[in-house]
Design a protein around this ligand. Structure first.
Ligand SMILES: NC(=O)C1=CN([C@@H]2O[C@H](COP(=O)(O)OP(=O)(O)OC[C@H]3O[C@@H](n4cnc5c(N)ncnc54)[C@H](O)[C@@H]3O)[C@@H](O)[C@H]2O)[C@@H](O)CC1
Ligand SMILES: [K+]
Length: 504
């Protein structure tokens, strides 16, 4: 499923209308119908529904929804936030169709008190005020309508976007609808994955409106939401005649005197994610503790680190910020240039002034920063990173020729050629020390077992998030999940995914 910007969505719509010949009224009819079909099973007989309509095409979708509700005998009141004379194009066609079917139109500016009373009494409010076409803050009259919608008690369903939210997710401080549910048309918009916009969406349902694939190809959308079916399709199939050497010989350089756990989390996660052989390089002082906890790995004293036949390297979790490690990190990034190399946490810290090593590698490295580390790498602030997650990731991945995993609520994976994949799994239980170390281990293991790096990285991020969801769905809460719990949730997640793979 594609993730689009405002401009891409407009171009996709335009291509569909002008080159494919599916006219705007058809798409609008499909959009309204899709929302009605999703809403209808949720509504009880006698529920009061208030449809709020703006002057653009988002309002046009609203007219279709209002017509279908009216025709079905629902208790619908249809309120217009604009002068009907100023409604044009396809929206005007659908306004006329609604009226020709016997529907009544009320103007908010004529009866603001009645509007507020009806909003207050409504069980459902359909927000078709503003969609992707808005520029800047909503006009003052629309802002007032948005405030009234937000003060109402009914369930707010936003059509395409919560009104007032900019589709590209730019930061804003004007009023915008706080939806209970957003029925996104055709494909998710960038705003759904950015702050503060994302908080306005409520739960999201994506409703297809019949745009053919050709339109996406022509517009050249390079962003996708990772679907479970993508993960199931691309997970590696284990050859029954394989041996441990076929599934990767990983070398993990992690842990320090004060952070032995990080090495443990990454190593165990890699083992739980299928790596064939794993060697962990830690300072000698912590080796006995780890060896007792994780007898499945081999150990290599930190002072003797050498690739020594490894087919993949993970560098950084709990490494510490001692200046001596900087030289080690740089050396390994250079020496491992033909094999997968994951760099995280303190590995990123040590690499921050040596990023020029990255584009020289034959095999692109994988960097997995959280927004704070990304700010460090780009000499910016966390706010700058969050303001433009998609743009900053793309520029960085292309410049340094890396796979970049920018962590966050919707972790974003960017390939060296600029392709991007948004991860849908995960929850706030992962907001705890150690979670990132687990991801490093899954990344390392998956990179050594998948054919395509983008699949390996995207699947690792997906499984990591799915492990947190698995825990929260069963005996855990969002508060109590530990990194070690995440690791133990990898098996049921993989079990389920492979079950789905064999069922197909
Ligand atoms: N053919 C198409 O393009 C389709 C569009 N669809 C719907 O159309 C929406 C986009 O429609 P539009 O581009 O007409 O725009 P919107 O309906 O999002 O509304 C914006 C309208 O208000 C005006 N406006 C601009 N800035 C404003 C501001 N700051 N405050 C208030 N009004 C402002 C715009 O000129 C436009 O008329 C989508 O979100 C989707 O719901 C769907 O019906 C599918 C087909
Ligand atoms: K809307």
């Amino acid at each position: 499923m594609h993730v689009v910007s405002r401009e891409e969505m407009r171009n996709i719509d335009q291509y569909t209308i002008t080159h494919i010949g599916l006219g705007g009224p058809v798409l609008m009819e499909n959009a309204g119908r899709a929302v009605y079909a999703a809403l209808e099973p949720e509504c009880k007989a006698g529920d009061r529904i208030c449809v709020v309509i703006g002057k653009g095409n988002n309002g046009g979708d609203g007219f279709v929804i209002a017509r279908m509700l009216f025709d079905s005998g629902a208790k619908v009141s249809t309120w217009l936030a604009a002068d009907p004379q100023k409604i044009s194009g396809e929206a005007a066609n659908h306004m006329r169709a609604y009226c020709a079917c016997g529907g009544t139109l009320l103007r908010i500016s004529d009866e603001p008190e009645t509007f507020q009373q009806q909003l207050d009494r409504a069980d459902w409010i359909i927000d078709a005020l503003l969609g992707t076409g808005i520029h800047g803050a909503p006009y003052p009259a629309d802002q007032q309508v948005i405030r009234w919608i937000n003060a109402s008690k009914g369930t707010v369903i936003s059509v395409d976007l919560p009104s007032g939210v900019p589709a590209n997710g730019e930061a804003f401080d004007h009023p915008a609808v706080l939806a209970d549910q957003t029925m996104t048309l055709e494909c998710p918009k960038l705003a759904q994955f950015m702050q503060p916009a994302a908080r306005h969406f409520g739960t999201v349902r994506v409703l297809p409106i019949g745009i053919p694939n050709k339109a996406y190809q022509q517009v050249g959308v390079q962003r996708e939401l990772r679907m479970r079916s993508d993960v199931v399709r691309t997970l590696p199939v284990r050859d029954p005649f394989s041996h441990k050497g076929n599934h990767g010989k990983g070398l993990l350089i992690a842990g320090s005197k004060n952070m032995p756990g990080a090495a443990f989390f990454s190593a165990k996660a890699a083992l739980r994610s299928g790596i064939g052989l794993l060697k962990v390089s830690v300072p000698e002082v912590i080796q006995p503790i780890l060896a007792a906890q994780l007898p499945e790995t081999m150990y290599l004293p930190r002072v003797q680190v050498a690739l020594d036949g490894a087919s993949g390297v993970g560098i950084g979790p709990g490494l510490g910020r001692d200046a001596r490690e900087e030289e080690l990190v740089c050396r390994l990034v250079e020496e491992s240039d033909t094999i997968p190399c994951v760099i995280d946490a303190d590995g990123l810290f040590h690499l921050r002034n040596h990023l020029d090593l990255l584009p020289k590698r034959h095999k692109p490295a994988v960097l997995s920063p959280h927004p704070g580390e990304m700010a460090l790498l780009t000499h910016s602030s966390v706010q700058d990173v969050e303001r433009d997650r998609f743009g900053i990731s793309k520029a960085f991945a292309e410049k340094y020729q890396v796979y970049l995993v920018l962590k966050g609520k919707a972790t974003l994976v960017t390939a060296p050629d600029g392709r991007q994949i948004v991860n849908p799994t995960g929850n706030a239980a992962m907001a705890k020390g150690g979670s990132g170390d687990v991801l490093t281990g899954i990344l390392l293991a998956f990179l050594l077992q998948h054919e395509q790096m983008m699949d390996a990285v995207s699947n690792a991020v997906y499984v990591h998030g799915a492990a947190a969801e698995e825990l929260a769905a069963r005996e855990h809460s969002l508060l109590d999940v530990l990194a070690s719990d995440l690791i133990e949730a990898i098996p049921p997640v993989l079990h389920q995914l492979y079950d789905e793979k064999t069922c197909r």
